[in-house]
Design a protein around this ligand. Structure first.
Ligand SMILES: Cc1ncc(COP(=O)(O)O)c(C=O)c1O
Length: 377
């Protein structure tokens, strides 16, 4: 018998697979109650009705392979972002883009740098590329850019910056990113991960701050890749579509590394329709800002430390008993994301901002769960 384990390279044996938020059906099956899912930062209003209509209309063409170059969506994105199509690569969600970047730029002996308490896909894709991930301690619950600059060495090829950061929801403003990029050595490519761009832009307008002008860096030809996704504000997480924007030469190399026919025709059609539905997007970002305003003080009033958010979720430091707390919340029909395991924040959970009804349900459930956790045993 072949020892299959022997065939697997050592760096892959240590690889941990991605652990997603608990699926709605699984939680309902476990608890026997109807649940709301506030665990994966999805759009609580679902996809745009225009996207649903476009998907319906396109299903009869499903026997054809999709357009490998995703030409129509790429052209539309180029128009919207004032870039050349050669500067854009559409992928099956932003996570796939991260994987392609790692496989293209990293390898044995090389490293990537990011922050502790950031997106759990960064360690996975880096390790899968046989490279090493350096994680710099956080500053005020977010990225410490000075620390990241100090951690970069001659073998660094990639810096991942989640902006806003997942899971803490903190942001780095446009000027901080400018200063950071100006000091980066030429052998490093920065991934500006703006998965929560629409929410952060809305907050920035409300709060009188400049969140991001990352595309100016792309237009200036700097070694940055800006990541965006249709999974969050556009409500298309289940269809898997996202994109990267960067220097044409680099994006050309990334394109060579992408799996063939990665973006389905339904995903492309839905994304094009979602781009045309500004009302749906506006509803999502407005509801999100109102939800953040309601939830942040209400959670804090229960003695839980909440980090002010720039995204569509809240990072909550509840205490040591967070696994138990999340279990009680689930029994009460609310799925949140414990920050245990790969997130390495065992005293915290993350909750996605929902519809007004979801948020009220969550607050009542949290109150009951806290009371149960704090009960003397
Ligand atoms: C920081 C960050 N980047 C990228 C993504 C990628 O999402 P997707 O693969 O659904 O586009 C996510 C999703 O949770 C995220 O939180």
């Amino acid at each position: 018998m072949t020892n299959l384990g022997k065939l697997i390279p050592d760096h892959l044996k240590k690889l941990d697979s991605y652990k997603p938020g608990k699926a709605l059906r699984q939680a309902e099956w476990e608890t026997g109650v109807r649940c709301i899912k506030l665990a994966s930062n999805e759009n609580p209003f679902g996809p745009s009705p225009l996207a649903i209509e476009a998907i319906r209309a396109a299903t009869s063409e499903s026997h054809f392979y999709p357009d490998n170059g995703v030409v129509e969506l790429t052209a539309r994105l180029a128009e919207i972002h004032e870039l050349d199509p050669s500067q854009i690569l559409v992928t099956a969600g932003g996570t796939t883009l991260l994987d392609i970047v790692a496989r293209t730029l990293l390898g044995p002996g090389l490293n990537a740098v990011t922050s502790k308490l950031s997106f759990i896909v960064y360690p996975i894709v880096t390790q899968a590329a046989a490279a090493h991930l350096i994680e710099v301690p956080t500053l005020n619950d977010g990225y410490d850019l000075e620390g990241i600059l100090r951690a970069i060495d001659g073998n660094t090829r990639v810096v991942y910056i989640a902006n806003p950061n997942n899971p803490t929801g903190t942001v780095l403003d446009a000027q901080a990113i400018d200063r950071f990029l100006a000091r980066l050595p030429a052998h490093v490519v920065t991934v500006l991960d703006e998965a929560y761009y629409d929410f952060a832009s809305y907050f920035a307008a409300q709060r009188g701050r400049e969140y991001s002008h990352s595309l100016d860096h792309v237009r200036a030809g700097r070694p940055v890749i800006v990541l965006r996704t249709f999974s969050k504000a556009h409500g298309l997480a289940g269809l898997r579509v996202g994109y990267g924007m960067g220097p044409a030469e680099l994006m050309g190399y990334l394109a060579r590394m992408k799996p063939a026919f990665m973006v389905s025709s339904l995903a492309e059609t839905a994304a094009l329709a979602a781009l045309a539905d500004e009302d749906h997007l506006q509803r999502a970002v407005e509801n999100n800002a109102a939800g953040a305003e309601l939830l942040t003080p209400a959670i804090a009033a229960m003695g839980v430390r909440v980090v002010p958010t720039w995204a569509n979720f809240l990072f909550c430091h509840a205490g040591e008993d967070v696994a138990q707390l999340c279990q009680f919340l689930q029994e009460d029909g609310v799925i949140v994301r414990p920050m245990t395991g790969p997130w390495r924040a065992p005293d915290a959970f993350r909750v996605t901002i929902g519809t007004p009804e979801h948020n009220q349900h969550f607050l009542s459930a949290l109150k009951r769960a806290r009371a149960r956790v704090l009960q003397p045993k």
